[in-house]
Design a protein around this ligand. Structure first.
Ligand SMILES: *Cc1c(COP(=O)(O)O)cnc(C)c1O
Length: 394
């Protein structure tokens, strides 16, 4: 099998598995216990906190461990909203193609009286920083814009947006789940106040992540209970998961230069090959793009059938995001970049891994070409297009 769905989740690295099993086997104490078994577990967590802080340009006390990216997004946004509410600032700026962990949290706040502005992400899937500045008002309490999109891989001008927010005195949160360990991320250089990260997107375990929040920010609890995480996130810590996350992140960042160079070359080879398919289009900017992301639309095709036939050929890919599969609605990300419903339905996301080879890329290209041609052979939409009863969009 060729696994090309790394944006959904990644395989754990050997380093992460070894770290995790070793902690589970040997250091199973409760970090809140006062005897040495507990204190050893606590030391493991604090070492992970230091390591993570160091690689993203933060201080250890600015890192809060969570159950993953979704929880970090929820807590960051709810915290900023609560701080805003106290000052009578109830306006939040975000974008139309954020992850549902962000969009659904914003929907909830809207019902509580917050006003939400969703910025246009344009045809290339890149937000214009000056449009963030224009949208900021006296009552804006938060700007939340993702670092890189999970479906189309486009990278946002985070440093510029952060600089604008800092100058205007507005909190800035970024969902960096797709960016972390794949492109350079530094909260100090990028002017970020809050950031979400998830271990399973960089070869760490599922169910663990972290929220970075600048030290002057008072977080609101989303999980109430004990005093773990300086009283901001209750629940006995996932010690093994946290240790494995730190190990995976360090390894990912150490290897980033060579991995990114290889993946970028493989990505561009894949894009060039798929562009040869008639009436197809790359979704999102080809340059401001994660090294591992390829996302195409093919006219006259159903994304789901494409995935099933590719699976038969040993290729694991996705259409839209995992959260939207199972529903008939096309991806909100593709609609946000202006793809019409019919075209958005025929999408394919290939998120390649670090170890992909040139032969595998070429096999993916020939397989997609074959499957697209086959499916178009009995697609009523394709027949109408060919007979001129319907206009080509791509
Ligand atoms: C995967 C993902 C999340 C959710 O992270 P979990 O750890 O699975 O909760 C949030 N945002 C983006 C951009 C993602 O890709």
């Amino acid at each position: 099998m060729i696994y090309a769905d790394n944006a959904a989740t990644t395989r754990m690295s050997e380093t992460a598995i070894e770290t995790m099993t070793s902690v589970m086997r040997n250091e199973w104490g409760n970090p809140s216990s006062l005897y040495s078994r507990g204190q050893t577990a606590k030391e493991i967590i604090e070492k992970a906190r230091e390591d993570i802080a160091a690689v993203i340009g933060a201080e250890p006390r600015e890192i809060y461990f969570t159950s993953g990216g979704s929880e970090a997004d929820n807590q960051a946004i709810i915290s900023a909203a609560e701080l805003g509410r106290k000052k009578g600032k109830m306006h939040i700026i975000s974008s139309a193609f954020e992850h549902h962990a962000v969009l659904h949290t914003l929907n909830k706040l809207e019902k509580e009286g917050f006003e939400i502005t969703l910025l246009d992400v344009h045809e290339n899937g890149v937000i214009v920083a000056s449009e963030v500045e224009q949208a900021i008002r006296d009552d804006t309490c938060l700007v939340t814009i993702m670092y890189a999109n999970n479906e189309i891989g486009t990278i946002q001008p985070i440093r510029e947006i952060g600089e604008i927010c800092r100058r205007k005195g507005v909190l800035f949160h970024t969902d960096a789940v797709q960016a972390m360990a794949h492109i350079p991320v530094n909260v100090a250089l990028d002017n970020i106040d809050m950031l979400s990260s998830s271990a399973h997107k960089y070869h760490g375990p599922k169910g663990v992540g972290f929220l970075y929040a600048k030290k002057n920010i008072v977080l609101t609890n989303v999980i109430e209970g004990g005093a773990q995480e300086r009283g901001k996130r209750a629940g006995t810590e996932n010690v093994a998961g946290i240790a494995a996350m730190a190990a995976a992140l360090k390894e990912g960042i150490d290897r980033m230069p060579e991995n990114a160079a290889h993946m970028t070359a493989m990505r561009d080879r894949l894009i060039a090959g798929l562009r040869e398919i008639p009436h197809s289009a790359l979704n999102g900017c080809s340059r401001r793009r994660l090294p591992g992301n390829v996302n195409f639309c093919f006219e006259g095709i159903e994304g789901e059938s494409l995935l099933l036939l590719l699976d038969d050929k040993g290729i694991e890919a996705s259409s839209g995001s995992a959260c939207t599969s199972g529903s008939l609605d096309p991806s909100h990300v593709l609609l946000a970049i202006g793809r019409v419903h019919d075209v958005a339905h025929g999408s394919l996301r290939l998120s390649i891994g670090e170890d992909i080879t040139e032969e595998e890329v070429d096999y993916i290209i020939s397989s997609v070409k074959e499957v697209v041609e086959y499916l178009r052979g009995f697609s009523p939409i394709w027949r109408d297009l060919m007979q001129g009863k319907r206009e080509f969009i791509l």
